[in-house]
Design a protein around this ligand. Structure first.
Ligand code: SF4
Length: 256
C-alpha cells in the first residue's frame, strides 16, 4: 500500500506517529484477507475471472479494497463500495473508472491530491490531508450490499476512524455512505447518532471537539452526466470543508 509517507518508514523517523501508521497498516492487511461475506466473495472473484472486454488483458485485483491516503489526514472521505471494473480491478479505492476520474480531479483542484488522475496502483497518486476509504470493501452486485454485509464490514471503518486521530471532517460520498457513517460514529467517537438527513452540502455536528460530518452527492456518472453533481459544486464543497477546520488561503496550486 502506497501512502504519501510510508507508515513503516515513519516508525523510525517520527516515533509517536508509529502506532497510527501501524494500526492503519494492520487494518489494511486484514481487509485484503477478509472473506466474511460469502455472496460478495463469490461475486468479486467472478467479476475478476470474467472481466470486462475493455480490460481483458488486465489482471484484476478481485479482493477487498483497503483505505488509502495520508495517515495524518484531517479529512476522511467515505465511498460506498468498490466498482466492479474500477477498484475491484485496480485494487485501490476510487481508481480506474469514471467516478474516480471525476472525484480525484476535484481532490486535486481543492489541494488534497498531488495529481488530477487516479488510474492504477503505482501511478504516483498521493493524498495530502485526506484519507479515502469506503463503507463496504468488496464489490456488491448492483452496487447494493445487504444490511448484513454492511454490518459485517462496519468494524473496519470504525477502526480506521479511531486510528485517524487528526480527523476534523468526514465526507460521506452519497446517501449510502452517509447512513453507514451515521451508524458508526457513535461507536467511533462516543457520540449520539446524528439525525441530520442526507443532502449535498449537509453538515452534521457530532459534538465539541469531534469531527463534522459532511455529505456530497456520489461522483457516479449517473450524477455527474446529468449535472446533479457538477465539478464546481464538488470543489466548492471540498474547499468549504477545509475552511471549516483550517481558515485561511486555499493551498498553493489549487484551482477552483
Ligand atoms: S464486504 Fe467487508 S466484511 Fe464482507 S468480505 Fe468484504 S471486506 Fe470482508
Amino acid at each position: 500500500m502506497t501512502t504519501e509517507r510510508d507508515p513503516e518508514k515513519r516508525q523510525t523517523a517520527e516515533g509517536l506517529l508509529l502506532s497510527v501508521g501501524d494500526s492503519l497498516s494492520a487494518i489494511q492487511r486484514e481487509v485484503v484477507a477478509c472473506r466474511r461475506c460469502p455472496r460478495l466473495v463469490a461475486y468479486r472473484e467472478r467479476v475478476a475471472r470474467e472481466k470486462k472486454r475493455e480490460f481483458r488483458a488486465d489482471e484484476y485485483w478481485g479482493r477487498p479494497v483497503p483505505g488509502f491516503g495520508d495517515p495524518n489526514a484531517r479529512l476522511v472521505a467515505v465511498g460506498l463500495a468498490p466498482a466492479a471494473h474500477g477498484s475491484n480491478r485496480t485494487g485501490r479505492v476510487f481508481t480506474g473508472d469514471r467516478s474516480a476520474a471525476f472525484l480525484v480531479r476535484a481532490f486535486h483542484a481543492a489541494g488534497f491530491a498531488n495529481q488530477p488522475t487516479s488510474v492504477r496502483r503505482g501511478d504516483g497518486l498521493a493524498y495530502r490531508d485526506l484519507y479515502l476509504t469506503a463503507a463496504v470493501r468488496c464489490v456488491p452486485p448492483d452496487n447494493r450490499p445487504t444490511p448484513a454485509e454492511r454490518a459485517n464490514c462496519a468494524p473496519f471503518l470504525e477502526r480506521e476512524l479511531k486510528c485517524l486521530a487528526e480527523t476534523r471532517a468526514i465526507l460521506a460520498l452519497g446517501a449510502f455512505a452517509w447512513d453507514a457513517v451515521r451508524e458508526i460514529v457513535p461507536r467511533a467517537y462516543a457520540v449520539q447518532r446524528p439525525a441530520t438527513p442526507f443532502a449535498h452540502g449537509a453538515c452534521a455536528t457530532l459534538g465539541p471537539g469531534k469531527p463534522l460530518l459532511w455529505g456530497s452527492y456520489h461522483p457516479s456518472p449517473q450524477n455527474t452526466n446529468t449535472g446533479k453533481l457538477t465539478f464546481p459544486m464538488l470543489v466548492e464543497l471540498l474547499q468549504g470543508i477545509r475552511a471549516s477546520y483550517s481558515p485561511g488561503p486555499t493551498p498553493r496550486g489549487s484551482q477552483p
